[in-house]
Design a binder for this molecule. Structure first.
Ligand code: OAD
Length: 273
Protein backbone atom coordinates (compact mmCIF):
# COMPACT_ATOMS: atom_id res chain seq x y z
CA UNK A 1 0.00 0.00 0.00
CA UNK A 2 1.21 3.51 -0.83
CA UNK A 3 -0.13 6.42 1.18
CA UNK A 4 0.20 9.93 -0.16
CA UNK A 5 -0.75 13.12 1.66
CA UNK A 6 -0.48 16.79 0.76
CA UNK A 7 1.64 17.62 -1.20
CA UNK A 8 0.71 14.51 -3.18
CA UNK A 9 3.54 12.38 -4.42
CA UNK A 10 3.61 12.84 -8.19
CA UNK A 11 4.74 9.25 -8.88
CA UNK A 12 1.82 7.89 -6.84
CA UNK A 13 -0.64 10.21 -8.58
CA UNK A 14 0.76 9.35 -12.03
CA UNK A 15 0.54 5.66 -11.14
CA UNK A 16 -3.13 6.00 -10.26
CA UNK A 17 -3.85 8.04 -13.42
CA UNK A 18 -2.23 5.33 -15.54
CA UNK A 19 -4.13 2.59 -13.69
CA UNK A 20 -7.43 4.40 -14.30
CA UNK A 21 -6.58 5.18 -17.93
CA UNK A 22 -5.77 1.56 -18.73
CA UNK A 23 -8.72 0.06 -16.84
CA UNK A 24 -11.58 -1.25 -18.97
CA UNK A 25 -13.98 -1.08 -16.07
CA UNK A 26 -13.98 1.15 -12.97
CA UNK A 27 -16.42 1.29 -10.06
CA UNK A 28 -16.49 4.48 -8.01
CA UNK A 29 -17.91 3.71 -4.57
CA UNK A 30 -18.80 6.97 -2.86
CA UNK A 31 -19.96 7.96 0.60
CA UNK A 32 -20.96 11.09 2.47
CA UNK A 33 -17.45 12.59 2.23
CA UNK A 34 -17.83 13.20 -1.51
CA UNK A 35 -20.62 15.66 -0.70
CA UNK A 36 -18.92 17.28 2.31
CA UNK A 37 -17.49 20.09 0.19
CA UNK A 38 -21.02 20.78 -1.10
CA UNK A 39 -22.07 21.49 2.49
CA UNK A 40 -23.97 18.22 3.07
CA UNK A 41 -23.18 16.91 6.57
CA UNK A 42 -21.48 13.51 6.84
CA UNK A 43 -22.70 10.93 9.37
CA UNK A 44 -19.72 10.17 11.60
CA UNK A 45 -17.18 13.02 11.32
CA UNK A 46 -17.14 16.27 13.33
CA UNK A 47 -20.58 17.85 12.84
CA UNK A 48 -21.81 14.48 11.50
CA UNK A 49 -25.53 13.69 11.64
CA UNK A 50 -25.04 10.72 13.95
CA UNK A 51 -23.16 12.93 16.43
CA UNK A 52 -26.25 15.04 17.11
CA UNK A 53 -29.09 12.60 16.32
CA UNK A 54 -29.75 9.07 17.48
CA UNK A 55 -30.20 6.82 14.44
CA UNK A 56 -32.66 4.55 16.25
CA UNK A 57 -34.97 7.53 16.89
CA UNK A 58 -34.96 8.70 13.27
CA UNK A 59 -33.76 6.10 10.81
CA UNK A 60 -35.46 2.82 11.66
CA UNK A 61 -38.82 1.33 10.69
CA UNK A 62 -39.73 1.30 14.42
CA UNK A 63 -39.04 5.04 14.71
CA UNK A 64 -41.35 5.71 11.75
CA UNK A 65 -44.11 3.50 13.17
CA UNK A 66 -43.78 5.24 16.54
CA UNK A 67 -43.63 8.85 15.34
CA UNK A 68 -43.92 9.31 11.55
CA UNK A 69 -44.27 13.07 11.93
CA UNK A 70 -40.93 13.41 13.73
CA UNK A 71 -39.16 11.18 11.19
CA UNK A 72 -40.69 13.11 8.27
CA UNK A 73 -39.71 16.40 9.90
CA UNK A 74 -36.09 15.23 9.95
CA UNK A 75 -36.18 14.06 6.34
CA UNK A 76 -37.95 17.26 5.24
CA UNK A 77 -35.11 19.22 6.88
CA UNK A 78 -32.46 17.10 5.16
CA UNK A 79 -34.21 17.48 1.80
CA UNK A 80 -34.32 21.25 2.20
CA UNK A 81 -30.70 21.38 3.25
CA UNK A 82 -29.53 19.23 0.31
CA UNK A 83 -31.69 21.21 -2.14
CA UNK A 84 -29.68 24.29 -1.19
CA UNK A 85 -26.41 22.48 -2.02
CA UNK A 86 -24.84 22.02 -5.43
CA UNK A 87 -22.54 19.35 -6.84
CA UNK A 88 -18.88 20.15 -6.12
CA UNK A 89 -15.80 19.72 -8.36
CA UNK A 90 -15.53 16.06 -7.21
CA UNK A 91 -19.03 15.14 -8.42
CA UNK A 92 -18.44 17.12 -11.60
CA UNK A 93 -15.09 15.44 -12.36
CA UNK A 94 -16.75 12.01 -12.01
CA UNK A 95 -19.65 12.95 -14.30
CA UNK A 96 -17.36 14.43 -16.98
CA UNK A 97 -15.14 11.35 -16.85
CA UNK A 98 -18.14 9.04 -17.28
CA UNK A 99 -19.19 10.99 -20.36
CA UNK A 100 -15.64 10.98 -21.77
CA UNK A 101 -15.24 7.18 -21.70
CA UNK A 102 -17.17 3.98 -21.19
CA UNK A 103 -17.03 1.46 -18.36
CA UNK A 104 -17.23 3.84 -15.38
CA UNK A 105 -19.97 3.09 -12.85
CA UNK A 106 -20.91 5.08 -9.76
CA UNK A 107 -22.17 3.09 -6.78
CA UNK A 108 -23.13 5.45 -4.00
CA UNK A 109 -24.26 5.16 -0.40
CA UNK A 110 -25.47 8.75 -0.59
CA UNK A 111 -29.14 9.66 -0.71
CA UNK A 112 -28.52 13.29 -1.70
CA UNK A 113 -28.83 12.91 -5.48
CA UNK A 114 -25.73 15.06 -6.13
CA UNK A 115 -24.00 12.58 -8.46
CA UNK A 116 -27.11 12.53 -10.64
CA UNK A 117 -27.42 16.31 -10.57
CA UNK A 118 -23.78 16.62 -11.65
CA UNK A 119 -24.44 14.18 -14.51
CA UNK A 120 -27.55 16.03 -15.68
CA UNK A 121 -25.62 19.31 -15.57
CA UNK A 122 -22.73 17.77 -17.54
CA UNK A 123 -25.14 16.37 -20.14
CA UNK A 124 -26.81 19.77 -20.42
CA UNK A 125 -23.43 21.32 -21.21
CA UNK A 126 -22.28 18.69 -23.70
CA UNK A 127 -25.30 17.69 -25.77
CA UNK A 128 -28.17 19.94 -24.86
CA UNK A 129 -29.55 17.75 -22.07
CA UNK A 130 -30.21 14.42 -23.82
CA UNK A 131 -31.42 11.49 -21.72
CA UNK A 132 -28.49 9.87 -19.94
CA UNK A 133 -27.37 6.32 -20.79
CA UNK A 134 -28.45 4.17 -17.82
CA UNK A 135 -24.78 3.23 -17.34
CA UNK A 136 -23.90 6.77 -16.25
CA UNK A 137 -26.59 7.06 -13.59
CA UNK A 138 -25.52 6.18 -10.05
CA UNK A 139 -26.63 2.98 -8.36
CA UNK A 140 -28.08 4.30 -5.11
CA UNK A 141 -27.48 1.58 -2.52
CA UNK A 142 -29.30 3.39 0.30
CA UNK A 143 -32.12 4.93 -1.76
CA UNK A 144 -32.87 8.61 -2.30
CA UNK A 145 -34.10 11.52 -0.22
CA UNK A 146 -36.05 12.62 -3.28
CA UNK A 147 -38.19 9.51 -3.73
CA UNK A 148 -41.10 8.27 -1.63
CA UNK A 149 -42.69 4.87 -1.31
CA UNK A 150 -45.90 3.62 0.20
CA UNK A 151 -45.83 1.94 3.60
CA UNK A 152 -48.49 -0.55 2.41
CA UNK A 153 -48.52 -1.02 -1.37
CA UNK A 154 -45.86 -1.04 -4.10
CA UNK A 155 -46.24 2.67 -5.02
CA UNK A 156 -42.86 4.41 -5.43
CA UNK A 157 -42.27 7.82 -7.07
CA UNK A 158 -39.76 10.66 -7.32
CA UNK A 159 -40.84 13.43 -4.92
CA UNK A 160 -38.99 16.74 -4.82
CA UNK A 161 -41.54 19.18 -3.44
CA UNK A 162 -41.73 20.36 0.17
CA UNK A 163 -43.19 18.05 2.83
CA UNK A 164 -45.35 19.65 5.53
CA UNK A 165 -44.47 17.71 8.66
CA UNK A 166 -46.29 20.06 11.04
CA UNK A 167 -48.88 17.38 11.90
CA UNK A 168 -49.78 13.78 11.11
CA UNK A 169 -52.61 14.91 8.83
CA UNK A 170 -50.32 16.93 6.54
CA UNK A 171 -47.87 14.08 5.81
CA UNK A 172 -47.86 12.77 2.23
CA UNK A 173 -50.20 9.85 1.51
CA UNK A 174 -50.36 7.29 -1.27
CA UNK A 175 -52.49 8.27 -4.28
CA UNK A 176 -53.36 4.58 -4.77
CA UNK A 177 -54.28 3.34 -1.31
CA UNK A 178 -54.20 6.47 0.90
CA UNK A 179 -51.67 4.93 3.31
CA UNK A 180 -48.79 6.96 4.62
CA UNK A 181 -45.85 7.51 2.28
CA UNK A 182 -42.29 7.26 3.63
CA UNK A 183 -38.90 8.39 2.35
CA UNK A 184 -37.52 5.78 -0.08
CA UNK A 185 -34.32 5.32 1.88
CA UNK A 186 -32.85 2.26 3.56
CA UNK A 187 -33.17 2.43 7.34
CA UNK A 188 -31.16 0.56 9.96
CA UNK A 189 -32.49 -2.97 10.23
CA UNK A 190 -33.76 -2.97 6.63
CA UNK A 191 -32.33 -4.92 3.71
CA UNK A 192 -30.95 -3.16 0.65
CA UNK A 193 -32.78 -3.65 -2.64
CA UNK A 194 -31.42 -7.06 -3.72
CA UNK A 195 -31.34 -6.12 -7.43
CA UNK A 196 -29.34 -2.95 -6.79
CA UNK A 197 -27.01 -4.80 -4.43
CA UNK A 198 -26.30 -7.71 -6.75
CA UNK A 199 -25.67 -5.32 -9.67
CA UNK A 200 -23.18 -3.38 -7.50
CA UNK A 201 -21.30 -6.55 -6.55
CA UNK A 202 -21.33 -7.84 -10.13
CA UNK A 203 -19.87 -4.54 -11.41
CA UNK A 204 -17.28 -4.50 -8.62
CA UNK A 205 -16.22 -8.09 -9.30
CA UNK A 206 -15.64 -7.28 -12.99
CA UNK A 207 -13.91 -3.94 -12.31
CA UNK A 208 -10.17 -3.47 -12.75
CA UNK A 209 -10.28 -0.65 -10.20
CA UNK A 210 -12.60 0.31 -7.37
CA UNK A 211 -12.09 3.98 -6.51
CA UNK A 212 -13.41 4.34 -2.96
CA UNK A 213 -14.22 7.95 -2.15
CA UNK A 214 -15.39 9.65 1.04
CA UNK A 215 -16.69 6.69 2.99
CA UNK A 216 -15.74 5.54 6.47
CA UNK A 217 -16.23 2.00 5.10
CA UNK A 218 -17.90 0.71 8.24
CA UNK A 219 -21.46 0.13 7.00
CA UNK A 220 -21.95 -3.21 5.28
CA UNK A 221 -22.80 -4.52 2.79
CA UNK A 222 -21.73 -1.28 1.00
CA UNK A 223 -18.27 -1.42 2.58
CA UNK A 224 -17.74 -4.93 1.13
CA UNK A 225 -18.24 -3.80 -2.48
CA UNK A 226 -14.50 -2.97 -2.98
CA UNK A 227 -13.54 -6.40 -1.66
CA UNK A 228 -15.36 -7.93 -4.63
CA UNK A 229 -12.97 -5.99 -6.89
CA UNK A 230 -9.99 -7.45 -5.01
CA UNK A 231 -11.48 -10.96 -5.31
CA UNK A 232 -11.88 -10.42 -9.03
CA UNK A 233 -8.17 -9.51 -9.35
CA UNK A 234 -8.61 -5.72 -9.46
CA UNK A 235 -7.22 -2.93 -7.26
CA UNK A 236 -8.60 -0.48 -4.73
CA UNK A 237 -7.66 3.20 -4.73
CA UNK A 238 -8.93 5.21 -1.76
CA UNK A 239 -9.58 8.96 -1.62
CA UNK A 240 -10.23 10.14 1.94
CA UNK A 241 -8.52 12.63 4.26
CA UNK A 242 -8.55 9.95 6.99
CA UNK A 243 -7.64 6.26 7.12
CA UNK A 244 -10.44 3.68 7.06
CA UNK A 245 -10.65 -0.10 7.54
CA UNK A 246 -10.23 -0.40 3.75
CA UNK A 247 -6.98 1.60 3.61
CA UNK A 248 -4.80 -1.47 4.21
CA UNK A 249 -6.31 -3.18 1.19
CA UNK A 250 -5.76 -0.16 -1.05
CA UNK A 251 -3.08 -0.10 -3.73
CA UNK A 252 -2.82 3.64 -3.15
CA UNK A 253 -4.54 5.71 -0.44
CA UNK A 254 -4.72 9.40 -1.32
CA UNK A 255 -5.29 11.37 1.86
CA UNK A 256 -7.07 14.48 0.69
CA UNK A 257 -10.50 16.00 0.00
CA UNK A 258 -12.29 14.51 -2.99
CA UNK A 259 -13.23 17.94 -4.38
CA UNK A 260 -9.54 18.46 -4.98
CA UNK A 261 -8.25 14.93 -5.59
CA UNK A 262 -10.89 13.72 -8.09
CA UNK A 263 -10.36 16.60 -10.56
CA UNK A 264 -6.59 16.02 -10.21
CA UNK A 265 -7.05 12.35 -11.15
CA UNK A 266 -9.87 12.46 -13.67
CA UNK A 267 -10.02 15.79 -15.48
CA UNK A 268 -8.87 15.87 -19.10
CA UNK A 269 -5.91 18.13 -18.17
CA UNK A 270 -4.83 15.55 -15.61
CA UNK A 271 -5.23 12.78 -18.19
CA UNK A 272 -3.09 14.69 -20.64
CA UNK A 273 -5.67 15.45 -23.28
P1 OAD B 1 -19.50 8.65 7.12
O1 OAD B 1 -20.00 9.92 7.71
O2 OAD B 1 -19.47 7.43 7.97
O3 OAD B 1 -18.01 8.85 6.60
C1 OAD B 1 -17.65 9.96 5.82
C2 OAD B 1 -16.22 9.76 5.35
O4 OAD B 1 -15.91 10.83 4.48
C3 OAD B 1 -15.17 9.75 6.46
O5 OAD B 1 -14.32 8.65 6.29
C4 OAD B 1 -14.42 11.07 6.25
O6 OAD B 1 -13.03 10.96 6.57
C5 OAD B 1 -14.60 11.27 4.77
N1 OAD B 1 -14.53 12.67 4.31
C6 OAD B 1 -14.85 13.80 4.98
N2 OAD B 1 -14.66 14.88 4.21
C7 OAD B 1 -14.22 14.43 3.01
C8 OAD B 1 -13.84 15.04 1.78
N3 OAD B 1 -13.89 16.36 1.63
N4 OAD B 1 -13.44 14.25 0.76
C9 OAD B 1 -13.38 12.91 0.90
N5 OAD B 1 -13.72 12.27 2.03
C10 OAD B 1 -14.13 13.02 3.08
O7 OAD B 1 -20.32 8.40 5.76
P2 OAD B 1 -20.54 7.06 4.93
O8 OAD B 1 -19.34 6.20 4.97
O9 OAD B 1 -21.08 7.45 3.62
O10 OAD B 1 -26.45 4.85 5.83
O11 OAD B 1 -21.69 6.38 5.78
C11 OAD B 1 -22.22 5.16 5.35
C12 OAD B 1 -23.65 5.06 5.74
O12 OAD B 1 -23.80 5.29 7.15
C13 OAD B 1 -24.56 6.10 5.13
O13 OAD B 1 -24.93 5.79 3.80
C14 OAD B 1 -25.73 6.08 6.05
C15 OAD B 1 -25.00 6.09 7.37
O14 OAD B 1 -25.69 5.54 8.44
C16 OAD B 1 -27.79 4.82 5.89
O15 OAD B 1 -28.44 5.81 6.16
C17 OAD B 1 -28.37 3.49 5.60
Amino acid sequence: MTVTEHPFDSDAMDGVRALLRDASSVVILSGAGVSAESGVPTFRGPGGLWRSHRPEELATPGAFRGDPRLVWEWYAWRRERVSECAPNPGHRAVAAWQLARSGVYVVTQNVDGLHERAMLEALGETDGGGAPRPEVLPLELHGSLFRVRCTQCSYRQPHRGPVDASSLSTLPTCPRCASLLRPDVVWFGEALDPRVLSRAFELARRADVCLVVGTSAVVHPAASVPLATLEGGGRIVEVNPDPTPLSESAWVAIRGPSGEVLPALLSSDARGG
